[in-house]
Design a protein around this ligand. Structure first.
Ligand code: SF4
Length: 218
C-alpha cells in the first residue's frame, strides 16, 4: 500500500497541480458561510452570491443579527436557502456567543455549529487556517472506493482510512485533487479510465478497465 499511495499522490499532483479551493473568500467566517452555501450548489454559483452576502453581513456579529427573510432573498439561487440561511445565522450566533466572535479552529468545536459537519469543518480548517484536513464529499468517497483506498460508504470511515494512508501534510491538497479527479475524469456514471493518470495503480484499472463489470455498476 505505501507504494500504491505514493503513486496515487504523484499521479494526482501531475494531473491537478493547481487544484485548490474553488470558493472565493477572505478569512474563516467567509469560507464557513460559503461552504455552507455550497451544499448541492456549484462553487461558481456560490461565488456569484457571496459578494452581496458578505457586503451585507461581513462578520459573525452582523450575520447573527440578520433578518432571515432578507438573507434568504440574497442566497435563494443557491437552493435549500431556508436551511442554509438558518444554518448561517445559527452558526454566527453561536460564534458570537461561545467563541468571542471568532470562528474556532478546532474540528471538535466547528462541528458544534449548526449546519457544519466534518466535511465543512475540514474545508475551513484546511483552507482558512492551513490546518490539514481531509474533506470527504461525494467525489472523494467514490474515487477512494474505486482506487481501493477505502471500502466504506460512510464518509467518516473513508476519512479515517485516508488519514491513515495519506501523509498529514498532504491532506488538504489531496482532497482538492481528488475532488477535481471525481469531477473531470473519475465521474460517477462514466469514469474515463483509458485517459486516467491513475489507471496503473487503480483497483479498477488493474482489472483491465472492464467498466461493464465495475462493482459500482452492479
Ligand atoms: S482508472 Fe478509472 S476508476 Fe480508477 S481512478 Fe481512474 S477513472 Fe477512476
Amino acid at each position: 500500500m505505501p507504494n500504491k499511495i505514493g503513486a496515487i499522490l504523484r499521479g494526482l499532483k501531475n494531473m491537478y497541480p493547481q487544484a485548490g479551493c474553488g470558493l472565493d473568500f477572505a478569512g474563516p467566517w467567509q469560507l464557513l458561510a460559503a461552504t455552507i452555501l455550497s451544499a448541492q450548489c456549484t462553487d461558481q454559483r456560490v461565488n456569484r452570491i457571496t459578494p452581496v452576502l458578505f457586503a451585507r453581513y461581513p462578520d459573525p456579529p452582523a450575520a447573527a443579527r440578520a433578518d432571515r427573510e432578507e438573507m434568504m432573498e440574497i442566497i435563494k439561487s443557491a437552493g435549500f436557502f431556508q436551511n442554509k440561511a438558518r444554518a448561517i445565522i445559527g452558526a454566527a450566533r453561536m460564534i458570537e456567543r461561545d467563541y468571542d466572535g471568532q470562528v474556532p479552529n478546532q474540528l471538535e468545536e466547528l462541528i458544534k455549529l449548526p449546519g457544519v459537519g466534518r466535511k465543512t469543518a475540514n474545508v475551513v480548517l484546511g483552507n482558512a487556517f492551513a490546518i490539514p484536513g481531509i474533506t470527504v464529499d461525494t467525489h472523494v468517497g467514490r474515487v477512494s472506493r474505486r482506487l481501493g483506498l477505502s471500502a466504506w460508504s460512510d464518509p467518516e470511515k473513508v476519512e479515517r482510512d485516508l488519514m491513515a494512508l495519506v501523509p498529514e501534510k498532504d491532506w488538504t491538497e489531496f482532497s482538492h485533487q481528488m475532488i477535481c479527479h471525481g469531477r473531470e475524469i473519475c465521474k460517477a456514471r462514466q469514469p474515463e479510465c483509458p485517459r486516467c493518470g491513475l489507471n496503473d495503480c487503480c483497483q479498477q484499472g488493474e482489472a483491465g478497465g472492464e467498466m461493464g463489470n465495475a462493482p459500482w455498476k452492479k
